[in-house]
Design a protein around this ligand. Structure first.
Ligand SMILES: [Zn+2]
Length: 157
């Protein structure tokens, strides 16, 4: 690959440039490795669902096989209770992941619609790229005072 900074050829990715020392990251590899937020949320929901099934099944088995007998140890009840709590926690985690995924999909489609609309409409795209000078906060008190004085002078004259 070529160095994007100095343009030296025959460089290996994920190393430093031999001429200018810039780190050359392999973008093609990175895009494959990195999962999108949507994919991460999907994995999250699947793992939550598996945990829900496993913890509730184990809790039911504990109650059915070991609990409610004369010599049942209190740890059985404690463990079953903990398993139910874990299951409950993962139910809300599962619901939250699904909601987040839906929000993410909505946001992405909104952004697509907005960017295509602004590209089609020249007035909108100009308004989006031009900063509003009046609404901008001045960086210093001195500048703010200067601007206020100038405005007053214009109004009074
Ligand atoms: Zn270079």
């Amino acid at each position: 690959m070529y160095c994007p900074s100095c343009g030296k050829a025959d460089q290996s990715p994920e190393t430093y440039c031999r001429q200018c020392g810039l780190f050359l990251s392999d973008f093609s590899k990175r895009s494959i490795q990195e999962a999108t937020p949507e994919e991460n949320l999907k994995v999250n929901s699947v793992l939550s669902l598996l945990t829900i099934i496993a913890s509730f099944t184990l809790a039911i088995l504990l109650y059915a096989i070991l609990a409610f007998r004369e010599n049942t140890h209190w740890l059985i009840y404690a463990t079953a209770g903990l398993l139910i709590a874990i299951g409950g926690w993962h139910i809300q985690s599962f619901i939250r992941s699904r909601q987040l995924r839906r929000q993410w999909q909505r946001r992405v489609s909104d952004q697509d619609a907005m960017s295509s609309a602004s590209l089609q409409n020249p007035t909108t795209s100009k308004l989006l790229t031009t900063p509003a000078q009046d609404a901008a906060i001045p960086p210093t008190v001195t500048e703010d005072t200067t601007r206020n004085l100038a405005n007053t002078r214009i109004r009074s004259s």
